[in-house]
Design a protein around this ligand. Structure first.
Ligand SMILES: Cc1ncc(COP(=O)(O)O)c(C=O)c1O
Length: 490
């Protein structure tokens, strides 16, 4: 039956899709973003090359799904961030947000570059210590910290604990007193911009001030800083400047009223990268209606220099040159996103009589959750030199209608066994992956043609290792699962 509402909706969406198409042509993005965006190249036989390694070869050697971390790119993105700020400001520290991609080998590379550890849970704190990070290089954040985690942090004398609530101040004070120590602390604040919700203490309502009044009465707590984290994938310098201005005004008022002179400003992470674009409302509607999303506005992403210039100018508005406080950042995405890709293999190609080519990959939302809310490039890693010949919908292997990875992607004609690379898999892929009917992927680190295994592929036995009902036997075949698990019948 004809529905005027449905008709109108389709007309509007088709119009938006046509406009996107035209814009894609102007931007030269008919094939998507070029491999050079990730410092990748293409071999003469049309294979994607990352870190001087042929990824089709990597897939053959290590199997798929496989994360590939490009060590050189990781180091490059770290250096670009730090140098960008150091060119504009003398006292800058840079941490890495463990939650973004807790692959210990990638974290190790970033620590080798000089990164502080920014951790938000007992596990992450433990991991940092296990990796040998000196406690005086660990910043402990998080919306609520357990007593056990605070105890460990205080016992090991971490660099800074950013308190997130009034009750946490009391818990921390008791913990520090028990250890007979003092602890440097900051207060996570909420400004008029950025994430609000369950985080931190609001500047506007007086909560942040109340926190400092409470801290002042507790001599074992040394208030040294303010912390903010505004969100993720942000591509807007004024948002940072607004938040930072509010923090600096607060710090000035605090100093005038109490004499507390803060010296450490941790402005969090949140910086977007050019090759990932959060979906807007139009994009989500287009996907639901099997239409391609808008092109990536890679040039619209501010450069680190833009942030650095704005923030350092602002700091100098509030402090004289000889008393400039330390500013710190703890990005995740900006450091790790573009250095990691996810190789998936084509399991099946279903060419529908409705003209839609549906490609089932051997990984879906179980490994690539962010593809549901932001644009990630999909490259035909085994057919890079072939012409576009198809328009493809990519799905994962989960038996779930929500396991959609990309709709209406112009692609070469592909077949089962081909390798597809999901780019920018270095932020929020690993921490969001799950065992939905499948083991989790292996990871390798590549650099200058060398490869080392960073994480082994999970085996079937690993998935049920902690289940009492299933006792793993030794010597089972991890590929077939044969004999892997004995389920007691009674
Ligand atoms: C407190 C804190 N710091 C840093 C980050 C890293 O954010 P991003 O990966 O967007 O840089 C997060 C992410 O949620 C966070 O919550």
């Amino acid at each position: 039956m004809f529905s005027p509402r449905h008709w109108l909706k389709q007309r509007v969406l088709s119009h938006v899709a046509a406009r996107n198409d035209a814009r894609r042509r102007v931007l030269g993005q008919e094939r998507g973003l070029p491999p050079a965006s990730w410092d990748a190249t293409v071999s003469p036989e049309g294979h994607l090359i990352v870190g001087s390694c042929d990824v089709v070869e990597l897939a053959r050697r290590f199997g798929t799904p496989l994360y590939v971390v490009d060590e050189r790119r990781l180091r490059k993105d770290y250096a670009a961030f730090l140098d960008g700020f150091r060119r504009q400001y003398p006292n800058v520290e840079l941490g890495y947000s463990y939650k973004t991609n807790p692959l210990p080998d990638s974290i190790r590379v970033l620590h080798d570059c000089g990164a502080l550890a920014e951790v938000i849970s007992h596990f992450e704190l433990w991991l940092a210590l296990e990796l040998g990070v000196p406690p005086e290089r660990i910043i402990f954040n998080g919306p609520a910290k357990t007593a056990a985690a605070l105890d460990l942090a205080v016992a090991r004398r971490v660099k800074l604990i950013n308190v997130d609530g009034l009750d946490e101040i009391d818990l921390l004070a008791t913990t520090v007193a028990r250890h007979g120590a003092t602890q440097r602390i900051g207060v996570r604040v909420v400004t008029s911009v950025g994430w609000q919700a369950q985080f931190g203490l609001r500047l506007r309502t007086g909560e942040a001030r109340e926190a400092f009044d409470r801290i002042r009465r507790l001599p074992q707590l040394l208030p040294v800083g303010l912390h903010v984290h505004l969100g993720t994938g942000i591509k807007h310098v004024p948002t940072y400047l607004q938040a930072i201005r509010e923090m600096l005004e607060f710090a000035r008022e605090l100093r005038d009223a109490t004499g507390i002179d803060l010296e450490y400003f941790d402005f969090g992470g949140g910086f977007g990268v050019p090759t990932v674009q959060p979906f807007d409302q139009w994009d989500s509607r287009l996907i639901q209606n099997n239409l391609p999303v808008g092109p990536v506005e890679a040039d619209a992403t501010p450069r680190i220099d833009d942030y650095a210039r704005g923030i350092s100018t602002l700091m100098r508005e509030f402090y004289p040159e000889n008393r400039l406080p330390t500013i710190a950042f703890e990005p995740g995405r900006a450091l790790s996103s573009s250095a990691q890709s996810l190789l998936l293999e084509v399991l099946a190609v279903k060419r529908g009589r409705d003209g839609v080519t549906r490609v089932i990959l051997n990984g879906g939302k179980n490994y690539a959750l962010p593809t549901g809310y932001e644009y990630h490039e999909f490259l035909p890693a085994s057919r890079m030199n072939e012409p576009l010949a198809d328009t493809v919908n990519f799905y994962g292997p989960l038996c779930h209608p929500g396991d959609v990875l990309f709709v209406q992607k112009p692609f070469p004609r592909i077949a089962a066994g081909d390798i597809v690379a999901v780019m920018d898999a270095g932020a929020y892929f690993v921490p969001n992956q799950m065992n939905f009917s499948n083991p989790r992927p292996a990871a390798v680190i590549v650099g200058d043609g060398d490869v080392r295994v960073a994480r082994e592929r999970e085996r079937f036995e690993d998935i049920v290792r902690l289940d009492r009902a299933a006792r793993a036997t030794t010597g089972s075949d991890a590929r077939t699962g044969a004999g892997a698990v004995r389920i007691p019948t009674s």
